[in-house]
Every structure is written in C-alpha cells, then in structure tokens.
Design a protein around this ligand. Structure first.
Ligand code: DX5
Ligand code: ZN
Length: 218
C-alpha cells in the first residue's frame, strides 16, 4: 500500500485568487488544472497563459487535464509550460501514442483519460505508452457532480494490469470524490484522487486534504 496522492482541483477555487487558493491547499501532492474549451465539454475555463503563471507561483506538480478538442495540437504546449503531467482524452486524441511520446520528450508525464462511457479495453495497447490513467467518475465539464460508481470496474481492471506488470501507470480518478466516496475508490485500487468541491468547498482546504488522504489509505 502506497501513500495515496491527493490532487485538489482548482476548478472549484476562486479564479480571481488562484495563487492564494493553491497555497491554501497545503499538503496537496498535485494541483489538478482543468482545461476546458467549450467544444469537447460544454464549459470554458482556462488555458496555457494561466498554467504558465501558476507554474511560477508553486512548486507543487501541475496535473493538467485537457478537456479539449485536438489535443494532438495543444498538449505539447502544456508540457513546455512546465506541467508535471498532461492528460488528454482518449475520445479526442487522434494519435495518442504520438502525443505520449511528444509529452515525454518534453519532460512531462503523459496521461490518458476515459469518460464514464468509454471502454478501457479499447485503449489498453495505447496505455502502454502512458504514465497515468485518469478514470472519469463524472461526465467531464463541471465540478460538484455525483460520483458514478460503475467506473470502478475500470479502476479494478487497471489496478490488476499494473499489479501484474502489464501496465506501469498511476491510476487516477476524477469526479465526485469526497468523504462518502473516496473509500470505495481506494478499495478499487486508485493511486491518485482528484477532489474539487470536497477541498475548495471545505472551510479549511488543507484539513480536507489530510482527511481525504487518511480515508484513502489502504
Ligand atoms: C470535471 C473536472 C474535475 C472537477 C472535479 O470535469 O475534470 O476535475 O474539478 O470536481 P468535483 O471533485 O467537485 O467532482
Ligand atoms: Zn479534471
């Protein structure tokens, strides 16, 4: 059992004070940055200039989750901006193996994400080239939605493939993670837990992170 990683999502933070909000999330392992383009998902958030600025105000690794069309064109920029991990969506990527190679060559980890309705089986060969698998446990687009427990089958499959040496991945989950859901996700084999509203909706974000990590310890 490894120490669970907690990645607060700044989607639920105050966008006028992003630097302070990141510093308030003391104890975060990664800072999860949701990039949305109003095309791949029906919401618009932030992009490269904001990531470049955040990189300068924190040492915490930036975990950029690109919910955008044409990640083949845009993902590399986030690696060059200093993101620790850059995750693209399997549903949007045209050449995901090339994306992973380019991200790694630029010094970043490469992540592949699957929406709740996307089968893991269709992407297993691709995942050999990736460092993280982001299993979406809500439909991407908005914070504060309810956890979809059905996706835990994909987590269990990925966990088994990692533990048997067939894949070498950090298994990450995103959407609806809170005090009521994190234990079942941990039980299924998640390594890294994204939490937006559960961290930034709490009176004390740092305390919320510590409590989630405690609950996730398996
Ligand atoms: C949703 C984003 C998530 C979101 C999670 O599309 O990818 O990262 O911030 O928010 P919560 O934890 O509130 O479900
Ligand atoms: Zn996300």
């Amino acid at each position: 059992a490894h120490r669970p990683l907690i990645a607060p999502s700044i989607l639920s933070a105050d966008f006028a004070r992003l630097g302070e909000e990141i510093h308030a999330a003391k104890g975060a392992d990664w800072v999860h940055v949701d990039v949305m383009d109003a095309h791949f998902v029906p919401n618009l958030t932030l992009g490269l200039p904001v990531v470049e600025s955040l990189r300068k105000v924190t040492e915490t690794p930036l975990d950029c989750h690109l919910m955008i069309e044409d990640p083949d064109r845009w993902a590399i920029g986030y690696a060059e901006a200093g993101a620790y991990n850059v995750t693209v969506h399997a549903e949007a990527a045209k050449d995901p193996v090339k994306i992973a190679k380019d991200l790694r060559a630029a010094g970043a980890k490469a992540g592949l994400s699957v929406k709740p309705g996307t089968r893991l089986e269709d992407h297993l060969d691709t995942l050999k080239h990736y460092d993280t698998l982001l299993v979406m446990s809500v439909e991407p687009g908005f914070g504060g939605q309810s956890f979809i427990a059905d996706v835990l089958d994909k987590v269990r499959t990925a966990r088994r493939l990692v533990d048997t040496g067939h894949l070498k991945l950090v298994v990450e989950i995103d959407g609806g993670i809170n005090a009521d859901t994190i234990e079942q996700a941990a039980e299924a084999g998640v390594d890294c837990f994204v939490a937006g509203s559960a961290v930034y909706g709490a009176a004390d974000p740092a305390k919320a992170i510590a409590a989630l990590r405690e609950q996730a310890a398996r």
